[in-house]
Design a binder for this molecule. Structure first.
Ligand code: TXA
Ligand code: MG
Length: 330
């Protein structure tokens, strides 16, 4: 375990970016903001650094990591693009989209980061702090969400500190993130497949492709050794408190995660109530989702009741994370 490290926290800025790049070069672990969630970065070509990263997160090592790069040119050094993947990259990068592609023969990313797969997940983040760190470091950076494996993803530097303080070298604090759910992952196979709904709505992707994205096979949730969408393990994103979905009323002792302007029967019994978006806006709801789940989890309620959230746009990703939260921890 890396426990016992002193975790430095620096406000985003020139000094923090320089410290982050230096730390990555030395094989250190640096948490930094992206527009989706905070990531925990390591040098993608340094197997020892990646081993420390898996250890710090307590992450099963068959679950591969996303390589973050600064632009399409850098992405083309590690992943083999075709017409479809180029079109998606040009339409949505930088931004909350991850593409899974065949690795190039010269791909310098360590096998440990891709869990021995022939494919690699690549993303060009849009957050200015992430971009500055990537530019200053000058190579690919693997960055899973900066939480303990199986826990809710962090949307503030404080979330990172409470999960990983003492286990990582540096946290760059760039304030609360904008999107609030992780990137959408598209597998660029013979036919493009939605491997994880996320911060880029599937409708936007399908509009650019002029076709529907395939769904992963049903067993993608299984804990098999080599799942098709390895990250979609059922136990992800789970708070400690039980989560009850599609609540139509509130039981005594429950906390409420509300959505929209309408009050539920029994709402006066709920302690406390947090509303993802009182005006029913899905973008705002995505931004608030993980922070509110953490805050309600800390209240030690009997359960967290969750009102229904519509399934279009970012609602796809929100419902996916809520469903996983309701499945509970291992
Ligand atoms: O928004 C995000 O994507 C954030 C920020 C920090 O960039 N990162 C993130 O990473 O969510 P992580 O490690 O929590 O989730 C990455 C997902 C995992 O579910 C992993 O299984 C999947 O990407 N993945 C990585 N490489 C893959 C591959 N070659 N094939 C299929 N899935 C892959
Ligand atoms: Mg994660």
């Amino acid at each position: 375990m890396n426990v016992g490290l002193t975790t430095e926290i620096l406000p985003a800025g020139e000094a923090a970016v320089a410290a982050a790049a230096r730390c990555l070069k030395e094989g250190g672990l640096v948490a930094f903001p992206t527009e989706t969630v905070y990531g925990l970065g390591a040098d993608a070509t340094n197997a020892a650094a990646i081993a420390r990263l898996y250890e710090a997160k307590g992450r099963p090592s068959f679950n591969p990591l996303i390589a973050h790069v600064s632009d399409l040119l850098a992405a083309e050094r590690i992943g083999r693009f075709d017409a479809t993947s180029i079109a998606l990259a040009q339409a949505f990068w930088p931004g909350p989209l991850t593409l899974v592609l065949p690795k190039t023969t010269v791909c310098a990313v360590a096998d440990l980061a891709t869990a021995g797969l022939e494919t690699i997940a690549i993303r060009v983040p849009a957050h200015p702090v992430a971009r500055e760190i990537l530019r200053a470091f000058g190579g690919p950076v693997v960055a899973p969400s900066a939480n303990v494996s199986g826990h809710v993803s962090p949307t503030t530097a404080q979330h990172v500190q409470s999960d990983l303080g003492g286990r990582i070298d540096l946290i760059v604090d760039g304030g609360a993130v904008a999107v609030g759910v992780e990137s959408t992952i598209v597998g660029c196979f013979d036919a493009p497949m939605l491997l994880r709904p996320g911060g880029l709505p599937r409708e936007n992707i399908e509009r650019v492709l002029g076709r529907f994205l395939l769904q992963p096979p049903d067993d993608a949730d299984s804990e098999a050794d080599a799942p098709v969408a390895p990250g979609m393990l059922a136990s992800h994103y789970a708070p400690r408190t039980p989560v009850r979905l599609n609540a139509a009323s509130i039981e005594p002792g429950e906390a409420l995660l509300a959505f929209g302007p309408h009050a539920l029967p029994g709402v006066d019994l709920a302690t406390p109530v947090m509303n993802l978006s009182p005006r029913g806006d899905l973008t705002q709801a995505a931004t608030n989702l993980f922070g509110y789940l953490r805050a309600l989890d800390a209240k030690a309620a009997r359960a967290i009741a969750v009102m229904p959230v519509p399934h279009h746009g970012l609602g796809d990703a929100i419902n996916d994370r809520l469903r996983r939260a309701a499945m509970g921890r291992e």
